[in-house]
Design a protein around this ligand. Sequence first.
Ligand SMILES: *[C@@H]1O[C@H](CO)[C@@H](O)[C@H](O)[C@H]1NC(C)=O
Ligand SMILES: *[C@@H]1O[C@H](CO)[C@@H](O)[C@H](O)[C@H]1NC(C)=O
Length: 990
Amino acid sequence: MTRVLVLAGLCTLFSQVYAIGQDSCVSFKSSSSSFAVVSNGKAAPILVSADDWAGVHLAAADFASDIQKVTSVKATLTNTTSSNLATASKGSLPIIVGTLGKSSLINQIVNSTGLDVSSIQGKWESFLTRQVKNPLPGVASAYVVIGADKRGTIFALYDHSEQFGVSPWYWWADVPTTQHPELFVSSSGCSHGSPTIKYRGIFLNDEQPALQSWAMDNFTNGTGSAQLNSPFNHLFYSKLFELMLRLKANYLWPAMWGSAFAIDDPLNQPLADTYGVVMGTSHQEPMMRSTPNEFILFGKGTWHYVNNADNIKQFYFEGVQRAKNFESIYTLGMRGFGDLPLSEPINIQPLEQVLADQSDLQGLEGYYDDGMPVPDYVTLMWADDNWGNIRRFPIASERNRTGGAGVYYHFDYVGDPRDYKWITARLTHIPRIATTQIEKVYEQMSIAVEREATRLWILNVGDLKPYERETEFFISYGWNATRWSQNNLGDFVTAWAQREFDLSAASSAKVSQIVANLTRFNARRKPELLNSTTYSLINYREAETVAAQWAQLQDASTAIYNSLPSGTKPAFFQLVHHPILASSNIANMMLAAGQNNLRASQARYSVNSLADKVEQLFEKDYDIETQYHTLLDGKWTHMMDQTHLGYYYWQQPMTNTMPSITRVQKNKINIAGVMRIVPEGTLGAWPGDNPNQCAQGYSCPPPSISMDSFSSPSNRYIDVGAGGPIPFTFTATSNASWLTLSPSKGSISPSSPEQRVFASIADWSKLSAGSNSAIITFKATATGQPDLSVTVMFNAQKNTVSSGFKGFVEGDGAISIEAAHATRNNSVSGVAWSELPGYGRTLSAVTPMPRTDANFSAGTGPSLEYDFYNFNTLKGQGNVTVNAYLSPSLNTNGDTPLSLALQIDSLTPQIINPIPAAAPGTLPAAWDTNDGWVANAAVPISATFNGVSPGAHTLKLWMIEPTVVVQKIIINTGGLQPSYLGPPESVLIR
Ligand SMILES: *[C@@H]1O[C@H](CO)[C@@H](O)[C@H](O)[C@H]1NC(C)=O
Ligand SMILES: *[C@@H]1O[C@H](CO)[C@@H](O)[C@H](O)[C@H]1NC(C)=O
């Protein structure tokens, strides 16, 4: 089976659509136009000129060993000089690798053959490869791999390795290499121009407990560096550098909590340069010095520029001296120790001085927004809010700076006490599993591309694992943004699954779906922020639906996992299955805990089995962690050490703690009787007293339940439960022939303490228009107990829309619409609301595209129209409220806040600025509290319209400012109930 459909060879899949000169050039069968890398058990020799970059020699050694991994045939790799060239090349058809202008071998070939290299000459990190006739005396033909610069050559080699079937993650995620006896490249070769983003990098951060303990086990003898006991030495970094270059990343911010790259191992800094990785330091570590670690060790005086400028200047100077021979990017600016902002009274002026004395700017947005001048040659780095929402994009006037602009983005975040303490409130998020939707990453980073923040992108990847796939997407998108659009992100994951697990196209597409659901479910709310009442336990069957979705996902993933050969299982486990098992387990545990708590107040005996279930799932969480740690003889022990359950404040708990559970006494008889009746949609329970039955909590009327002809789902349930240990049988009957009860009888006992009875209406034509009522009677019979009977009032509202109406119809007092499901889409001046498939909590999202600077006044721009039909208004007074869920996006357009308008029919459009202004450098108050907008992954907006009498209407969503992202619209006509995701989508008449 062929495995050439790897990411680098995606062009095979998409060459028609994304023909950007990057065709796949590898095959496992020969053809008339192929060149043999390995054939008949012999490998083409590989020649690299002695005067080429050391990093090229390193990559060429990997290239040779990759060929052997795939074919089991060893290729000779020769470091050629004028004296050994003739012997090394004679009579062979070699692969000749080198950097234009650096490799004398390549220069000689270009000169003697007249090979046209103008497509790459002088172009940052670009490369071309092809078969060349008579490149050298005595050599009939060769496959030349030519980089325009050092990394151009390195990337060309790794691009081929990937296409050969060696995953960039072969070591870091144990992706097996599929064997092939023969290996060919096409004569016309591969090529790639300059990447979209000049510097594409990652930042290892928050590396304790996981990465650091793991590295200590694997790269040291148990003791770290002399000064800081850091395990991050050159052995660790050589593994990382190789991974980065295979991914085509070129820039690194090293681990810095209790580590100092340059002094932990004196080999680190030169080694990065040798490999070809450009080093930088994070936003709080100016001038290539790990801060505060190095200042504490070597600095003089206090970290205070006003009082101690000379010593700090000297400290900076030493950083520059030390890095001067290496490719580096200097972070400018100055923050307090531990990422504190500089103390209030010394705001802009000393920073201006710092900048003048230093020469990238980062973490300083507030100061910049407040008017601090920044030299033109400095790259302005725009940071996200730690939650993947970029704070600002360059506005038109900021796009001509010679230093350009960049983005600092997070997949991992710790709300440190000293990190923006004053604005991040008490939130933390140290996900240990994939919680980031690549759809969201795409949405944000594609704006960065459109707004020309393309000089430098850095991604905070925390412990690196387990964000393998998302990290690769971020880097791949930066490598070649033109290849990806909102409409082919699923293909990225499909191709990735094909490469990593050698799956069929159909199974890979399934994995893509699985990953989309995994990240969607986790992005609704990060597991760390999930609690037992996040999802409604009583409305819209929300919590149960979410748990059922997880169960389905787990089944789908298990089926694929079980089908894989044993060599592929560890990779699939790490990359897909583990996060699903772990997240699904937490979702189940939270649902059980929520039901346990609620049912205790309802005096239901099933409280106890739910308590058992919570305890069992809580322990299972650790079993899943252990399963990860015992993979492959413990290769990844510690990598999942991160605690994640039972937060008491922003910081990680020191151990995992279980959500609260409660119990009822095993042998105690319920004083209200043997049976509990709990209809859908209420917190109350009958018979007996309960605070949620009615206002005073006692002598309440019997329960009532209602639905209408457009309710979704189109039935209702009533739970029949045990009130204590006494077994009983029950019957459910109704006095209306149109109402079906299923099942209509059952047995309840301590081992089977609950039965759900569904009430449904098979044929609405048997009902009269308007209100129809029925009485349902539940009768319990138990040995030695008095008979018990509970009635439930059932109201069925028959509604009809006027004939010919097409659109969404009110059910249960609300109209719920996925934003992408507009009736009409009107573009203006080439700008239109466009769907971002898969992005968001429930289906997708819409945003005006392209994201140029164009804006419109209310009622004049691009619009989406939604036809709807209502039967009710709020309190019958002719008003409805339109609610919408937006994706969290900050006021990224400079001084102009995000804005959109809602309009019903021809009523006045209502302009909404969803994100309130916040002081420079801060976030709005509702942004990042425990139940804030980023925690909920949604910003709610609403507008009330008067005079929307029952009937057919049209809601319009108007673009005003770009980068507004709308997920879901809910029109409340009086029946909207609290929930996390909103009601399921309403009935649509087409
Ligand atoms: C290649 O040979 C040169 C000298 O001939 C030597 O300096 C260099 O270290 C060699 N490179 C490798 C990767 O062996
Ligand atoms: C290539 O040819 C040019 C002029 O013909 C010459 O200046 C240059 O030195 C040659 N380079 C090599 C590496 O032979």
